[in-house]
Design a protein around this ligand. Structure first.
Ligand code: NCD
Length: 340
């Protein structure tokens, strides 16, 4: 089992099944804090540098919130243009400087391998918040945690589930990390459906097959979404294409809406998406008419993101026990009307 204390979290390849189970066990313990039934501060005095050099809302804010919920402080840079990288500073110099200011660093950067390069020069643990089309380990963990929770709520077995991933499977780092994590499960059935030209990298398909998963690939949305427990929809990753024209070509080819869902999906198929969904008229891979479908789990997924990230920090700082021992009741209460 991985000793998380002081570790970088750069790739899901670092984890065995037992490590994932440990992260989820700690994630479960974070629920009362996520619901603000309790507050805690084992990371009092610690500083997270949240370094995002690509657009982000969920990942950046949920990492920040997770750190705050454990009592730590957050410093942020957003946008490559406001950092000294535009002055020609190397990732290694940048890492050495920043790790003198911080106790942990989350980095998102457009280049594949950037998080690893950054980590190699950092004196403090680095968490990969997405490096180009390569990996997004915390997203894959929150996705798998959500899959587990959704399946359990339907009384299904977490080891033998059927999942379809649809959309831009070539460029989606969330998909790439999730598929690697799924390779830790032995009897998963995986359907991969993408527009022609946006296929899953073959080495990932190979990896899954070599570990015992049943994998099929197609370019047909309607066939691809049938007979599954989980349907994981993704956005065309427009920022990864050589030109806007090329990205435009793929937009809107795969669209899921309530009518298609009702016609082809099993009645309790859970719908997930790493978000953001592209709601512009020419895209709409996940139509807003699905918002009233109780199987739409996208906002449960984002809520779970904070809990999983709290768990990662608690493990990396080795304060899992202190999370509970320094817990108290909040001195405030915020009435929250339910969002429709
Ligand atoms: C994903 C990403 O940035 O890779 N978003 C996220 O972190 N939730 C997926 C995407 O942008 O399509």
């Amino acid at each position: 089992m991985l000793n998380f204390h002081g570790q970088h979290i750069l790739s899901v390849h670092q984890f065995e099944r037992v490590d994932v189970e440990r992260i989820f066990e700690v994630t479960d313990q974070m629920r009362p804090f996520g619901r603000r039934e309790k507050v805690t501060n084992p990371l009092k005095g610690a500083i997270l540098s949240n370094m995002f050099f690509e657009p982000s809302t969920r990942t950046r804010v949920s990492f920040g919130s997770a750190f705050n919920l454990l009592g730590g402080n957050v410093r942020e840079t957003t946008g490559i243009e406001s950092s000294s990288i535009v002055k020609g500073e190397s990732m290694r110099d940048f890492a050495r400087v920043l790790s003198g200011y911080s106790d942990v660093i989350v980095i998102r950067h457009p280049e594949m391998g950037s998080a690893e390069e950054f980590a190699s020069a950092s004196a403090v643990p680095v968490i990969n918040g997405g490096d180009g089309a390569n990996e997004h380990p915390s997203q894959a963990l929150l996705d798998l945690y959500t899959i587990r929770a959704e399946l359990e709520s339907q009384g299904k077995n977490v080891d033998e589930f059927r999942i379809a991933l649809i959309g831009d499977l070539a460029n989606g780092r969330a998909v790439h990390s999730l598929l690697k994590l799924l390779s830790l499960f032995h009897r998963v059935t995986i359907k991969l459906a993408s527009p022609q030209g946006l296929d899953t990298p073959p080495q990932l398909v190979e990896l899954l097959r070599s570990r015992g998963a049943t994998v099929s690939e197609s370019h047909d949305l309607h066939e691809g979404i049938q007979h599954v427990d989980i349907l994981y929809v993704t956005r065309v990753q427009e920022e990864r294409f050589a030109s806007q024209e090329e990205a435009n070509y793929y937009r809107g080819l795969f669209r899921l809406n309530q009518e298609i869902y009702s016609k082809y999906c099993e009645s309790n198929t859970v719908i997930m998406h790493p978000l953001p969904r592209d709601s512009r008229a020419q895209s709409q891979e996940l139509d807003e008419d699905l918002d009233s479908n109780p199987n739409l789990a996208i906002f449960r997924q984002t809520q779970n993101g904070v809990l999983v990230r709290m768990a990662l920090f608690a493990l990396v700082f080795d304060v899992v026990k202190q999370v509970q021992s320094s817990a108290s009741k909040p001195t405030w209460h915020m009435p929250r009307p339910r969002i429709a």
